[in-house]
Design a protein around this ligand. Structure first.
Ligand code: HEC
Ligand code: HEC
Length: 423
């Protein structure tokens, strides 16, 4: 209303002003004549363009994010593994990256994209969704990293700074010393208490990195073709539309069950994840050096990196569902980086249980199903629903191809503005 009054008083423009009692949707619906497919999809959402001016904290965080002198090697910054031009994921095709003082220490998990993390909820053991009978327990959800162990982005930032196989600073004091001699120390002093204890300096570094990831629009641009289509500014091709249907159909891809494809409460754009955890049964990846030891298994929620849930064996093998935005551009997929193309991923989903011989190694004539997870935890693997269930409608090659085509519409950069250009 206030906006309308200003318009009336200063410009005398009546058009577009909302009458006090008219429903809000009358101003939201733009005068569009979308093609039939777009009309069917359009939910008249226009995603807000994020603010462009960064706060001083976020501006400082930006310097920190790209500063390779914050590593023991002097050659590795956050951006080395999280490259902005690759949706903040790596450009190379390695399953896991090398870090440490001599850049020769291998990681154990694939590097996730840092886009669209803002809505990640805190980790919870039980997340409930309403259903016909009341509430359904969806199991654990939320938290940062593949196992949900980290509650905030500022805590997350300290892990790579201190890990011996990443940026490899030995202590908080090492980081604090580097901050004191950095080119942006003046900015640091303006934002934070530069005389604080080393642990506090390290905490402040985390807070600045968090502010950068929250505020900078490059972390949540919403400029994909999908966004343009749902806001009525573009139309899916026939193959994309068909792929979208396969993605949503509970008896076909059923992907949307976990990779939520609809606008959320308050007009929150589709995030393509429910942030929940599942054991998908991805094959063991021999390209990860740690996997050379037969006794080693990355069990996700129940360890070995996460310690607090070690006894909750019903969660062993479960990893967080990632967003599928920009996934088509990824060079490696899943927590262990086993797959290298979206075609493989989609075929794996559709054929894991019906053609296991195609996906798992054989020993003495026996297929080693779910070979990255010790046998006692195989019951944790999701079998009940499509696309895994053997009884659900199988996906044809055409359906899989169209699914891959649809997934490419989730890549940012199709338009310049969030949700697409104004018509
Ligand atoms: C050597 C490569 C490497 C570097 C350098 C690196 N990261 Fe990461 N990052 C990873 C990996 C691998 C993971 C997944 C870790 C896991 O699941 O245990 C990750 C996870 C994350 C996550 C959680 C994402 C999610 O989906 O929950 C955030 C946030 C993050 N990194 C931020 C940063 C910041 C900030 C820096 C710089 C201080 C940084 N990273 C430096 C490899 C790296
Ligand atoms: C039951 C929940 C569930 C369903 C259904 C599901 N996914 Fe996933 N998806 C996950 C989880 C959990 C992961 C991460 C698993 C891991 O890293 O081990 C994942 C990971 C992925 C990844 C890897 C992304 C990355 O950043 O590495 C892609 C791609 C993907 N899913 C696509 C699909 C498609 C396509 C479908 C439908 C055919 C689908 N998913 C159905 C839960 C699900």
């Amino acid at each position: 209303m206030q906006k309308c009054l200003i318009w009336l008083l200063f410009l005398g423009v009546l058009a577009g002003c909302q009458k006090p009692d008219s429903p809000a949707k009358t101003i939201l619906a733009p005068t569009l004549t979308p093609a039939p497919v777009a009309k069917k999809n359009a939910s008249w959402v226009r995603y807000p363009n994020a603010q462009i001016t960064l706060s001083p904290q976020a501006q400082l965080g930006k310097h920190l994010f790209f500063d390779a002198s914050l590593s023991a090697s002097g050659q590795m910054s956050c951006a080395t593994c999280h490259q902005p031009e690759h949706a903040y994921a790596p450009a190379n095709t390695l399953a896991v990256q090398l870090g440490g003082e001599k850049l020769d220490q291998s990681g154990t998990r694939a590097v996730p994209s840092l886009r669209y993390l803002t809505y990640t909820p805190m980790f919870t053991r039980h997340y409930y969704l309403p259903n016909a009978e009341g509430l359904e327990d969806e199991g654990p959800a939320g938290g940062f990293t593949h196992d949900g162990a980290v509650s905030t982005l500022h805590e997350q930032a300290l892990i790579p700074l201190l890990s011996s196989n990443e940026m490899a600073n030995l202590t908080a004091a090492t980081v604090a010393k580097k901050i004191h001699s950095s080119s942006y120390f003046g900015e640091f002093q303006q934002v934070f208490d530069a005389q604080a204890e080393d642990d506090m300096i390290l905490h402040q570094v985390g807070v600045a990195l968090e502010a950068f990831q929250f505020e900078d629009p490059s972390f949540h641009p919403y400029t994909s073709k999908f966004d343009a289509v749902v806001s009525g500014n573009a139309t899916f091709s026939e193959a994309e539309m068909h792929g979208y249907q396969v993605f949503n159909n509970p008896a076909k891809g059923n992907c949307a069950k976990c990779h939520i494809a609809t606008v959320g409460a308050g007009g929150k754009p589709a995030q393509f994840t429910d942030f929940a955890f599942e054991a998908v049964g991805v094959p063991r990846n021999p390209a990860i050096p740690a996997n050379k030891s037969p006794g080693y298994s990355d069990l996700g929620i129940c360890g070995p990196y996460r310690k607090d849930m070690a006894k909750e064996t019903q969660f062993c093998g479960m990893f967080k569902t990632p967003t599928l935005r920009n996934a088509s551009e990824r060079k490696v997929f899943f927590h262990n980086g086993y797959f290298h193309s979206m075609e493989e991923v989609v075929h794996f989903y559709a054929e894991r249980d019906s053609k296991p011989e195609k996906w798992y190694p054989q020993k003495a004539g026996r297929i080693q199903m779910y070979d990255d997870l010790p046998r006692q935890y195989h019951a944790n693997i999701d079998h009940a629903n499509a696309p895994f269930s053997k009884t659900a409608g199988k996906l044809s090659e055409d359906e899989m191809n169209d699914l891959v085509t649809f997934l490419a519409t989730l890549t940012d950069g199709y338009t310049l503005t969030a949700g697409g250009e104004l018509p």
